[in-house]
Ligand binder design. Structure first.
Ligand SMILES: *Cc1c(COP(=O)(O)O)cnc(C)c1O
Length: 354
């Protein structure tokens, strides 16, 4: 039986994408060859890369606005350093909203001065700092739109003339935003797009070329743009699967359509968390993520029973991250409302029994 997969990442992908991907591994485009045994310079694969890049911009409504989309390797973690390598001349601002932002800050400090414009560390990152001011002399301001581990999400982005860089690894393509407010967006594929192994980077070209250091080719956004994301062998399979997911999303009606489903899923789960006395939410209400819901049991002794009931219902991957414990239900684009309904049923069943 197919499980209800609430894993935080790598995570659930649409079934029809899985099916097409597995077919392409055996025989791609009827070539009598596998997708993963042909040249990345072949016209069949070049078409895949072009499609993945153009669909990314189309879904984000960034076509013909001076942006380029790249599929790079090294994960979102590589972008922590590439962003600073390419953009940090003197001073950058970072909003510290948790583990991932903290890691990004650590890398950026290798390249220049970093100011934390705000931090929610005082409450173990259960909220999004607000009302912070952005210094006017920053090369860029770095934000993490969705904090995968703590279950918080930025709802209002700062209005500033400072270039905005955003790590959207765990909520890219999940909700409508004016994406043109950002100058650089990056997202590891394995949370809402494809298998681990590739990272989408969307860059407004005119922010590049402003730092004085020499940048190694592989870490240089300009080189990757010039080579149309084929400077070296790209991660062919992850790029292909990402392309299929983007096609799936476009056919559904794009981000507007999936956002509606995502909001329904989140409302359903959070209302159970709030109404059921056996559960308590972790993140502050106004900052709750629609992708990753974090919660704990109010009576620790029920853990064994609850875990067993989840297992029996085919619920997978809801254990919280080791840094906060409790539970985390990740509700990425491909997770159905029905799966969330199953989890909510188990939670209310626990209350009836308890
Ligand atoms: C998972 C995650 C990362 C790290 O991604 P890798 O691809 O493993 O390097 C970075 N930022 C956020 C917000 C994440 O959720």
């Amino acid at each position: 039986m197919k499980k209800h997969n609430f894993s935080a990442g790598p995570c659930i992908l649409p079934q029809e994408v899985m099916k097409k991907a597995s077919e392409a591994v055996l025989d791609f485009n009827g070539l009598g060859l596998s997708l993963i045994e042909i040249s990345h310079r072949s016209k069949d694969f070049v078409a895949v890369m072009d499609k993945a890049r153009s669909l990314s911009l189309e879904l984000l409504d960034l076509q013909d606005k001076g942006y380029q989309a790249l599929f790079l390797q090294g994960g979102a973690s590589m972008e922590f350093l590439m962003v600073a390598y390419n953009l940090l001349e003197k001073k950058a601002g970072y909003l510290n909203t948790g583990t991932w932002a903290d890691k990004a800050i650590k890398e950026a400090r290798i390249f220049g001065e970093v100011v934390e414009v705000g931090s929610s560390k005082d409450k173990n990152y259960n909220y999004i700092p607000k009302g912070y001011s952005v210094p006017t002399d920053l090369d860029y301001l770095h934000l993490t739109s969705n904090n995968t581990i703590f279950g918080t999400q930025i709802k209002d982005f700062p209005k500033t003339t400072t270039p905005l860089v955003c790590d959207m690894s765990s909520d890219i393509f999940s909700r409508q935003l004016d994406f043109s407010q950002f100058d650089l967006i990056y997202a590891g594929a394995q949370k809402n797009m494809g298998p681990a192994g590739t990272t989408l980077v969307v860059i407004k070209e005119d922010i590049l070329g402003k730092v004085s250091r020499t940048i190694p080719s592989m870490l240089n956004y300009k080189v990757h743009i010039e080579k149309e994301s084929m400077f070296n062998t790209p991660a062919v399979f992850p790029v292909y699967v990402s392309m299929l997911t983007l096609e799936w999303l476009k056919n559904l009606g794009g981000i507007a359509a999936i956002e509606e489903v995502n909001e329904k899923k989140a409302r359903l789960l959070y209302s159970e968390i709030d109404l059921n006395p056996l559960f308590r939410g972790y993140a502050q209400k106004e900052d709750r993520s629609i992708m990753n819901a974090t919660f704990t049991l109010t009576e620790e002794k029920l853990k064994g029973v609850f875990d067993e009931m989840c297992k029996e219902a085919g619920i997978n991957g809801i254990h919280g991250h080791r840094s906060i414990g409790g539970y985390r239900a990740s509700m990425y684009n491909a997770l159905s409302l029905d799966s969330v309904g199953t989890l909510v049923d188990v939670m209310s069943e626990l209350e009836r029994k308890g």
